[in-house]
Design a protein around this ligand. Structure first.
Ligand code: ADP
Ligand code: MG
Length: 258
């Protein structure tokens, strides 16, 4: 799905240059769940921005299914974000003046989905995440866990292939953290999402298939359990799921079953 080659990102700040990414090489397979850990300020969020087409690298290749995101025109990147990627953030980033339903609908505006379909898809997604009774609530009228569920609905309603989560449980208490991570894990499995999750929390990271550590703008892989087959279900034998995960390029990307 992703193939990053020597990705570098410099930020200019007050006549000094911050080298946020210093040559990241990374392959992410279709349907993989990768966790990224590492100290603050070492490039984790910057890496997610590259994966999500929120920003461009200073140099290097961010290949997504054969297309270098760094080379796309602005309208093509906008379409990529609107159709293929869902984002989840630590601070939820909901619009405070919009209801839960309206926040989720807003995600479909760049994808040019018709208003009536926006409404029905937003409602169905919120209902599927247990928020059917909260459609008209403002973010300030919801708990942290509920706000993050709305944010997850906003990401999912696009029917993305990729879910990028930047410390999604950083503002939640332990119980809610576990609930949100279990939900993300369930959605990852159910919709064959490719999930990249940045977290400070080792309890969370250990549930991923691979753990990458970002340090000084470089990424190293610390744990890889993909061959242990986290995803096996009774109708998908362990062997096939494991081998598919090991050769991501060989499987045709299936339409997302929303
Ligand atoms: P992390 O998510 O690991 O905490 P970031 O990717 O946010 O790290 O930041 C990496 C480095 O890049 C930090 O030193 C940060 O200050 C710097 N940085 C991030 N975004 C910007 C920006 N927009 N302008 C200038 N410097 C930035
Ligand atoms: Mg960050």
């Amino acid at each position: 799905m992703y193939q990053l080659t020597d990705v570098k990102k410099d930020y200019q700040k007050d006549r000094t240059t911050v080298q946020a990414l210093q040559g990241v090489n990374l392959e992410i397979g279709d349907g993989e769940w990768l966790a990224i850990q590492g100290p603050t300020g070492h490039g984790k969020s910057t890496l997610l921005q590259m994966l999500g087409g929120l920003d461009r690298p200073s140099s290097g290749i961010v290949d997504f299914n054969g297309t270098d995101l760094a080379q796309l025109r602005e309208n093509q990147v906008t379409r990529f974000r609107a159709e293929s990627v869902g984002f989840i953030f630590q601070t939820f980033n909901l619009v405070p003046t919009l209801s839960a339903q309206e926040n989720v609908e807003a995600a479909l505006v760049p994808g040019q989905v018709h208003a009536s379909e926006r409404r029905s898809r937003a409602r169905a997604t919120l209902e599927s995440l247990g928020l059917g009774e909260r459609l008209r609530h403002l973010p300030s009228e919801l708990s942290g866990g509920q706000q993050q569920r709305v944010a997850i609905a906003r990401a999912l309603v696009k029917q993305p292939q990729v879910l990028l989560a930047d410390e999604p449980t950083g503002n939640l208490d332990e119980g809610t953290r576990d609930e949100i991570i279990s939900l993300l894990e369930q959605l990852w499995r159910e919709y064959s999402l490719t999930m990249v999750l940045v977290t400070h929390d080792s309890t969370v990271a250990r549930r991923a298939q691979r753990i990458g550590i970002m340090k000084n703008g470089k990424l190293s892989i610390r744990q890889d359990t993909r061959s242990r087959d986290v995803r096996a279900t009774p109708d998908a034998p362990a062997g096939s799921a494991a081998s598919a995960a090991e050769s991501p390029g060989s499987a045709e990307s299936a339409p997302t079953p929303f």
